[in-house]
Design a protein around this ligand. Structure first.
Ligand code: GLN
Length: 295
């Protein structure tokens, strides 16, 4: 995992105090400092809470302190997401590697996996994760559907490299296939055979992008966010084209934005090839997920 950098506990303790003060002064949650130190310095929560690490002669860090400090200044001044500094985020029971080539997997997206498992009419066979990004959904599916093969597609080669590394490191590589391309396009050879498809597509209306948090709009890939004029470009495409890829009874499951549920339901109904359309809320009570089945 690259070279290790040694630092005294006292130095790191001093850095933590300064970083915490600076966070409070710039409205960044000071808990981020401790989470970052768990990730890059291997400190545990007890050592942080008791400040016992202050007396340790040496602590191994994944990067030099100057570099950590430069990145932390970017957290405060440029609103760089802390997960891009740690190069990882917790998601379900996994530690998912991320870079700024992929969307940081969100807590609400964790629900997609439970919904897929609960709603699957066929939990084996071929499954698709379209727009896999970091590979979080693909890995989540491979974990809960041990008899399925997951086909993960992304347009970005940089994203695919991260997704592939995640699948490998988390032990799922043997049941996941990766493809570069646009939505279903690389999976034409399996038309009509999919047991399910899951996607968290870009769904933010283009004109809404500038009003998102600076962490998101200034640092996360717009390819993963921008859903066109009304935010529904990709969802409309997935509604139109998925029936020819799904087997009868195959599951269609996506994540969407607050306020899109009624339109998505209507689009699914009007398409004509779906049945048992359902909308599900996330943990905040927002209508966030749409489910349908190929008739
Ligand atoms: N599937 C990935 C995730 O849910 C990426 C989604 C996206 O880039 N829109 O995190």
């Amino acid at each position: 995992m690259g070279e290790k950098h040694l630092i005294s506990g006292l130095q790191l303790w001093q850095w933590r105090n300064a970083a915490t003060q600076a966070a409070i002064a710039t409205d960044v949650s000071p808990t981020e400092v401790d989470w970052l130190l768990q990730e890059v310095a291997g400190l545990d929560r007890l050592a942080l809470r008791l400040e016992s690490f202050k007396n340790w002669p040496q602590i191994q860090m994944q990067l030099p302190l100057v570099e950590l400090d430069q990145l932390w200044q970017r957290r405060l001044n440029e609103r760089l997401p802390v997960q891009y500094i740690a190069k990882a985020t917790p998601w379900r029971q996994f530690k998912i590697a991320v870079s700024n080539a992929v969307l940081i997997p969100r807590p609400e997206t964790e629900c997609l996996i439970d919904l897929a498992l609960a709603a699957a009419s066929n939990n084996s066979g071929h499954w698709a994760d379209l727009g896999t990004g970091s590979g979080a959904i693909t890995i989540g599916l491979a974990n809960v559907l041990p008899k399925a093969i997951i086909h993960a597609v992304d347009y970005s080669l940089e994203a695919l490299a991260i997704a592939q590394a995640n699948a490998q490191n988390l032990g799922f590589a043997d049941r996941i296939r990766f493809y570069q391309g646009s939505w279903w396009e690389p999976l034409a050879f399996l038309k009509g055979q999919f047991s399910g498809m899951v996607s968290n597509p870009p769904y933010i209306p283009t004109s809404t992008l500038p009003s998102l948090q600076p962490e998101v709009v200034n640092h996360e890939p717009h390819l993963a966010l921008d859903g066109g004029v009304d935010g529904l470009d990709c969802i409309r495409h997935l509604i139109e084209i998925s029936p020819s890829y799904l087997q009868p009874g195959g599951l269609w499951l996506i994540e969407m934005m607050a306020g899109q549920a009624d339109t998505v339901r209507e689009l699914l109904e009007n398409q004509g090839d779906y049945c048992k359309i359902q909308i599900h809320t996330d943990l905040a009570g927002i209508e966030r997920f749409a489910i349908a089945y190929k008739s």
